[in-house]
Design a protein around this ligand. Structure first.
Ligand code: DQA
Length: 151
C-alpha cells in the first residue's frame, strides 16, 4: 500500500527573499531559492509534498495559516521579524488544528535581547534555531514526524 504524501505548508516571513545578500555574516550566502531547492529534495526523500510561500506582510501570513486546515498536514514557518512582534500570527497558529514547527537560521537565543523572545513558540510544536539552512531541513523532518506520529 502506498502511503499518502504528507502535505507541508512552508512559510518564509519578511525579508527572507533577500537571503544570500542580506547580513550574510549572520544568515549566510545561500539564497531562498537554494533553501527551497534543498527543502524540495528533502521532501522527496521523506515522502512530503510542499507548498512554499514567502511574504513580507503579516496579514498575508495570517491568511495562509487560516486556510491551512484541510489543505496542509503541518506548517513549517520562519516568521522572521514577526517572531518577536506578531500576536496575530501566534493566534492564527493557535486557531487551526495544524501543527507548526518554527525555524530560524540564526540562534535567536544568543542574539540581541529583543530576539530572544518568540511570541510564536507557545503556539508551535517546537522550534529549531541556529543551524543555518539545516534548521529548515531539521524542521521539515520534525514536521513530517509529527504528522506520522513518530517519536
Ligand atoms: C530569523 C531571526 C529573526 O530575528 C530575524 O528577524 C529574521 C530571521 C532567522 O531565521 O534567523 O529575519 O528568523
Amino acid at each position: 500500500m502506498k502511503t499518502q504524501p504528507v502535505r507541508i505548508l512552508v512559510i518564509h516571513g519578511p525579508n527572507l527573499q533577500l537571503l544570500g545578500r542580506r547580513e550574510v555574516e549572520i544568515y549566510g550566502e545561500l539564497t531562498l531559492e537554494e533553501i527551497d531547492r534543498r527543502l524540495e529534495e528533502e521532501a522527496g526523500r521523506l515522502g512530503a509534498e510542499l507548498t512554499i510561500a514567502q511574504s513580507n506582510h503579516e496579514g498575508e501570513i495570517v491568511d495562509l495559516i487560516g486556510k491551512a486546515e484541510g489543505r496542509s498536514d503541518a506548517i513549517l514557518i520562519n516568521p522572521a521579524a514577526y517572531t518577536h512582534t506578531s500576536v496575530a500570527i501566534r493566534d492564527a497558529l493557535a486557531s487551526v488544528p495544524v501543527p507548526a514547527v518554527e525555524v530560524h537560521l540564526s540562534n535567536i537565543h544568543r542574539r540581541e535581547e529583543f530576539r530572544r523572545r518568540s511570541l510564536i513558540a507557545p503556539a508551535a510544536a517546537g522550534q529549531v534555531s541556529g543551524f543555518g539552512p539545516a534548521s529548515y531541513l531539521l524542521g521539515l523532518q520534525a514536521a513530517v514526524g509529527l504528522v506520522r506520529q513518530e517519536g
